[in-house]
Design a protein around this ligand. Structure first.
Ligand code: AP5
Length: 224
């Protein structure tokens, strides 16, 4: 079967992480989220984490040169041979060019770029109520997707916390950065015929069904 090499794109809080967790189970492909990798580096106080933290706390992008290497390493992971799902990368045209070159050098190409569209006011509502578990970063929402027991992860029993960058002023900054730096990638990938758009204001289950059906069709077409 042809590998599924996928990128998830969309504003903060669009539901990229929520959908990625489901898609990696559906298609059994590894999921690499630059945000999760960077937060782990901050938690572990690595050199990368120390350099990245100030940018992340301000809601700004971490410099391209720090982020690109992280993803290049993952592309060479043996698990990624049969496909991968990138969340949070690329986030600038420069990063998209680096990814293109890296894939070409490995004789590979993207299958599709999945954009989840959500308006700014919905982003603010979602991120203000988001909670994540400290152990595995499973995602909840106090109103839209609450855990069975308050502040406890259903999946691993660990404590739920609010992300540092989910404060209202930082959310607004992240949205500005998204519109300026990342949204141009929508047109960039559309020109390359890779873009697939999804209405992220639907329920998580509906968004999931729509993406899954689209990917199943793409896979079928690739086999014909
Ligand atoms: P990152 O962690 O990638 O954050 P983000 O892109 O801002 O995305 P989020 O994780 O906030 O949102 P999401 O779309 O995954 O939504 P989720 O599923 O959680 O990046 C953080 C920072 O790291 C950046 O600001 C930057 O500093 C740095 N960084 C990362 N990558 C970088 C790169 N490539 N270059 C430079 N810097 C980089 O859902 C959100 C909430 O909504 C949840 O509570 C969820 O339960 C709920 N929800 C989800 N779907 C629905 C739905 N359909 N209906 C109702 N509620 C829903």
């Amino acid at each position: 079967m042809k590998p599924l090499n996928l990128v998830l794109l969309g504003p903060p809080g669009a539901g990229k992480g929520t959908q990625a967790e489901r898609l990696r189970e559906d298609f059994e492909i590894p999921y690499f989220a630059t945000g999760d990798i960077l937060r782990a580096a901050v938690r572990d106080a690595t050199d990368l984490g120390r350099k990245a933290q100030a940018y992340m706390d301000r809601g700004e992008l971490v410099p391209d040169e720090l982020v690109c290497d992280l993803i290049m390493e993952r592309l060479d992971d043996p698990d990624a041979r049969d496909g991968f799902l990138l969340d949070g990368f690329p986030r600038t045209v420069r990063q998209a060019e680096v990814l293109d070159d890296a894939l070409a050098a490995r004789d590979r190409e993207l299958t599709a770029v999945l954009v989840i569209d959500v308006p700014d006011d919905e982003v603010v509502r979602r991120l203000s109520g988001r909670r994540i578990c400290v152990k595995n970063q499973h995602v909840y929402h106090v109103e839209f997707d609450p855990p069975k027991n308050p502040d406890v992860c259903d999946q691993d029993g660990s404590r739920l916390i609010q992300r540092d960058d989910d404060k209202p002023e930082t959310i607004r900054r992240r949205l500005e950065v998204y519109h300026r730096e990342t949204e141009p990638l929508v047109a960039w990938y559309e020109q390359r015929g890779l873009l697939r758009r999804f209405d992220g204001t639907r329920s998580p289950d509906e968004v999931h069904r729509h993406i899954r059906a689209t990917l199943a069709t793409l896979r079928l077409e690739a086999e014909l």
